[in-house]
Write a protein that binds this ligand. Sequence first.
Ligand SMILES: Cc1ncc(COP(=O)(O)O)c(C=O)c1O
Length: 440
Amino acid sequence: MPQVWYGVHGRGTVGEGVLTSGFSRVDGTLSCEGVSLERIAEEVGTPAYVYSSSVVRDRYQRLDAALANIPHRIHYTLKANSNRGILAVLHELGAGVDVVSGGELFRAKRAGFAGSDILFGGVGKSQAELKEALQAGVRMINVESASEVRMINDIAGELGLVAPIGIRVNPEVTVDSSHKYIKTGEKGAKFGVPFDEVPGVAMLVAVLPNTRLIALDMHIGSQLFRLDGYVDGTNRLLELIAQIGEAGISTLEYLDIGGGLGVAYDDEKSPDLDAFAAALAERVTPTGLTMLMEPGRFIVGNCGVLLTRVLYRKHSGGRDFLVTDAGMTELIRPSHYDAYHRIERVRATESRMTADVVGPVCESGDFLALDRTMDEAGPGDLLAVYDVGAYGYVMASNYNSRPRGVEVLVDGDRFAITNERERYEDLVRLEQADPQWRDG
Ligand SMILES: Cc1ncc(COP(=O)(O)O)c(C=O)c1O
């Protein structure tokens, strides 16, 4: 098996043509498309997540075009970023979505996606969530165990429906991802049906009266830079498709290869979409199935910055610290995944410093960057933390009772708040000042 590496272009290009970056300097000051980040910060305050709609459009259209020779549907994964404004951009482009909870299903429907636009997945769907998905008429539910199949069959029976089922297969392939928490398709992972058990689960779906097998699915990991995992995983799915066919099941319509395409945060090589598409076309086209894809990070990872203001600068134990008004509560990726995010001062400077950029949260693990050589900055300066479009706001928390920041979408020369900054009242909205005691 040749080891095909993604792209050779580094940050800035993917396959043919320059990637839309969305962020550039105008007279030394960073702008998102046609809007100055200083202006946005003045208007909405910090911390603020600022998203470029043209980056979202660029990545979706680029992927869609690369897959043009394969019958396919792109279902954007809400878990990466479920901002209403971003969903509106993708809806307008004709994307479908992939959701993993009742909450994401609710958001997708509110954003205008029809049931047939929605795939429903997740390792631990509750009975209530499955019922909501079936009532919404989702295109498919990706199941992860035989017991889930039985539960769906019962619920679908009560609703008088036949549930469209995809089986999420654990293809048990090795992937080369940046962190162990984002590998999901190796032997022993909690996700998916173990490879050897898939034919049995397929037969179960086929014989139960209220389920119909329409897809095999995999999702092998995230932030992937090599084709091998997709090629190996798809080959494994093809083996199963052959076995299932031999067992007399002929209802398959889709082969779902999941998400996982990597993006550049630093100097990683961007995916060569043409090589990716060619490798998949060779395998998927002969099956006559429609390929589904569930990208998250690839679509939105590079579309956003987190704007944060430096509160204090201090020196301790021989190190310089910049204390910012954003931290792990706004972006947990540095502390949770050891992730690198580029940081620049919004107003350009030639001076450099080496610092730990830390947040205001009472945790030693609260940092945005450690020992980073970066633009010199001090109190009052505005910083842009790059590439927070995926797994940024969606993983934000209220720890230390910090209201979540505001989200802004830029489109050309205009911008809009698409999600207001939380207020203190939001933090206590569900609290019961006068608890209604019940007998135990
Ligand atoms: C089932 C499934 N599909 C798609 C995705 C999206 O992955 P990515 O953002 O790496 O494209 C994930 C992410 O964890 C996932 O679990």
